[in-house]
Design a protein around this ligand. Structure first.
Ligand SMILES: [Zn+2]
Length: 257
């Protein structure tokens, strides 16, 4: 009995360890930035729906429910795989959809005030998370290596992979809380904010896909990464967090107007 429990624990840990997600901190930063950019109307509507919880505090909900098999069908929404040189329109979404399908579904449900509150709340929490994932470029990676999960690397002497370097290794090692990190990001003026918020969902997918292309070229399989990698790429991490937050705010301001 003990042995079985141990094995279960081990498997749970292994699958948890491989689970692809932007670090909790990254998602919270995106929620925090979005919260700051909400219109008064959106802020009030969201406050009501979330019973006073902040966007940062619900931003990891979609990863947390992965532990419950009941929500299995949503796991395909955290990413979209597009072959290099192709566009989203060239691919066929899988049976359970993908990031783009997921975001669209969230918008549909949240927008319709006739939907039950609990549904609007569920899909609002999902949306906050998915817009975060969309801005982690390796969530728009290639199918053959599972968005970089199969590209094994070392991070300061520990085993990792390209997906995880971008999900969490760099952000976690930066050592800031989500509030510290969000307030330390470069200050942008109105015009810069507006420029970032422009574009369609598919433009943003393309942007992440093109960054992912560069990230695939940024490492050799088995490479030992350390300070230099963060030194080169940290500005990109910051930009992606900022873009994710500002675009999420734009979407939410558009819904609750
Ligand atoms: Zn995710």
């Amino acid at each position: 009995m003990k042995k079985i429990a141990f094995l279960l624990l081990l498997t749970a840990q292994i699958s948890f360890g491989n689970a692809p997600f932007w670090s909790k901190t990254g998602h919270r930063v995106i929620g925090e930035i979005a919260q700051e950019e909400l219109s008064g109307k959106a802020k009030r509507a969201i406050f009501k729906l979330l019973d006073g919880q902040s966007l940062a505090s619900v931003s990891n909900f979609a990863d947390e429910i992965k532990a419950d098999r009941k929500y299995k069908e949503f796991s395909a929404w955290h990413y979209v795989n597009i072959p290099p040189g192709k566009d989203y329109k060239d691919i066929e979404p899988g049976k359970y959809g993908d990031l783009v399908v997921g975001v669209q579904k969230c918008l549909d449900i949240i927008q319709n005030e006739d939907n039950p509150k609990e549904d609007r709340v569920f899909y609002l929490k999902m949306l906050v998370h998915l817009i975060g994932d969309l801005h982690q470029p390796m969530h728009v990676g290639r199918v053959e290596d599972k968005g970089g999960n199969d590209i094994q690397l070392q991070w300061f002497g520990r085993g990792t992979n390209l997906h995880r370097v971008w999900d969490s290794n760099m952000i976690d090692d930066y050592g800031m809380s989500f509030t510290e990190l969000s307030s330390s990001l470069p200050k942008l003026d109105k015009k810069e904010i507006k420029d970032i918020q422009q574009g369609t969902l598919l433009d943003w997918v393309k942007e992440s896909q093109l960054i992912a292309d560069r990230l695939y070229d940024s490492v050799e399989v088995g490479q030992k990464l350390s300070y230099q990698y963060s030194y080169i790429w940290w500005a990109t991490v910051e930009t992606q967090l900022q873009k994710g937050g500002l675009r999420l705010a734009r979407m939410l301001n558009g819904i609750f107007k």
